[in-house]
Design a protein around this ligand. Structure first.
Ligand code: CDP
Length: 223
């Protein structure tokens, strides 16, 4: 029996993961945060004192890369080489590093294999940058979630402050702008809107409004 696949793509801070987590819970699907996998590769590089832009060196840590995704009551738990790195992958340094390693085709090929495997045996809602265009081109529903850079920076800043992370709004905005540019301009599987995606602009919306739009769309499509 084939599984149901929902793809949510878009830039950082558009609300993808928050919305995808809630939708997954409501539908009983598995939520797959593909960004966490790129973050884990970046963390491994950083721990090995490797510049995340150095293609050869980053490739040298891929052969024994062990990323495992498990699920508990709080959602996805990410293991890197047997260690729980769920929190450690959320730092600004790892965000930039993830965007750098994500431009390396060998990294993408390795992680996409794992993502497709997960989607083959579960009903999934998967979020990322290239899910509708590359990872799951046959997804049942494709959503591209976006918002103005100001709104996205503000949301991400508030999330970080809520988690007691010290940062400034200006820093968060710079990080997002860097990644927007890097992720959209890379040659291999860049961030772009799939031809058959529904674009939802969440600028000015409360989370509840965006969530309702997404839920309504999914309900209509899965009928
Ligand atoms: O949560 P946030 O939107 O800040 O980022 P993320 O989803 O955790 O992704 C971190 C980085 O991984 C992104 O900036 C992308 O460079 C990369 N990524 C990607 O290239 N393809 C994906 N499917 C998911 C993430």
């Amino acid at each position: 029996m084939s599984t149901i696949k929902i793809a949510i793509d878009g830039p950082a801070g558009a609300g993808k993961s928050t919305i995808a987590k809630i939708v997954a819970k409501q539908l009983g699907f598995i939520y797959i945060d593909t960004g966490a996998m790129y973050r884990a590769v970046a963390l491994k590089a950083i721990k090995n004192n490797i510049d995340t832009k150095d293609t050869d060196k980053v490739c040298s840590i891929l052969h024994d890369l062990d990323i495992d995704i498990k699920y508990d009551n709080n959602g996805q738990v990410v293991f890197l080489d047997g260690q729980d790195v769920t929190q450690e992958i959320r730092t600004p340094e790892v965000s930039i590093g993830a965007s750098n390693v994500a431009a390396i085709p060998e990294v993408r090929i390795k992680l996409v294999e794992l993502q497709r495997k997960l989607a083959a045996s579960n009903n999934v809602i998967m979020d990322g940058r290239d899910i509708g265009t590359y990872v799951l081109p046959d997804a049942d529903i494709k959503i591209f979630l976006t918002a103005s850079v100001e709104d996205r920076a503000k949301r991400r800043y508030e999330e970080m402050i809520a988690k007691n992370s010290f940062c400034s709004l200006e820093e968060v905005k710079k990080d997002i702008e860097y990644r927007d540019k890097n992720d959209s301009s890379r040659a291999f599987a860049p961030l772009k809107i799939a031809e058959d995606a529904v674009v939802i602009d969440t600028t000015g919306n409360e989370l509840e409004e965006s969530l309702n739009i997404v839920l309504q769309l999914i309900k209509e499509r899965l009928q």
